[in-house]
Design a protein around this ligand. Sequence first.
Ligand code: TRP
Length: 338
Amino acid sequence: MTHPQLVLSGMQPTNTLHLGNYLGALKNWVRMQNEMPCLFCVVDMHALTQDSGYGKAGDVRRATREVTAAYIAAGVDPERTPVFAQSMVAEHAELSWIFNCVARLGWLDRMTQFKEKSGKHKERASVGLYTYPVLMAADILVYKATHVPVGEDQKQHLELARDIAQKFNNDFAVPDFFPLPEPVITGPATRVMSLRDGLKKMSKTDESDNSRINLTDSADAIAQKIRKAKTDPHPLPSETKGFEGRPEAENLVNIYAALSDSTAEKVLAEYGGQQFSAFKNALADLTVARIAPIADAMRRLLADEAEIDRILRAGAERCRALAAPVMAEVKRVVGFVT
Ligand code: TRP
């Protein structure tokens, strides 16, 4: 049996979104909604797994609305594609418990993101941070989603989701009950790097605001940050192999390529041999042209919280209708009296 194609993805509501989230994720989501049915979730339950969200009700709520506004401002059409918060569809949590009993400790022990996020004091990390990838598997499989656009850093979590799906299908003798979801990793700039250090990922937690372009930055701020971006004294190379040892040059060219739906090779065919100053002017104009309208749309949407909440509730209602029959079947399969 083949499962109908369905895309599911989500982002955590933590702080403001930046250019990396747009080029690495949102831009692809917008394209994918024209190709397959999609569901886009704001994973607010995941936000409680770390100090940045835990105990900060106001921050989580505000960030959930902000991320929702960013999805829509970037071009996700909530009429076509349900946009919702994870906590609004209780089936995610319900299935996640069952999956906690399917997944093995040894599997979770191998998750590199837990090791990174828990740092030196593993014993002080929340249990939620540890089982984070199990909830992520439930987010996907509660809809039997088949395709999951994610960044490189989430590939291991997706493999875990496949392992959980496979083990559930085997252990409960329901071959093909859950699909084995595929990661979709696309675009030349899935890894947008910091504007201050070409070896570090652009991040919402970097202490320097000049390291990132926030989706809420004004046109002036965007242009300034691009002009101040770290570079080296040499002109741009004429081929991509000239990026060797020049991560900042590579990053800016990749950003240009992604924003203009082009490739690094084509960008270098145009700008190779030129000084950074000229290229940065062009990049600043392009970034402002692409990002400033998103920032404006976000501001307009955020001015009407009630409308955002209405969109989330409507999306959640459609998702509950999809998740409820799957969950009912899961309960029957595992042996709960229903
Ligand atoms: N872990 C993902 C991230 O940090 C967010 C996420 C949670 C997610 N559940 C998901 C992504 C389901 C895709 C599908 O980026």
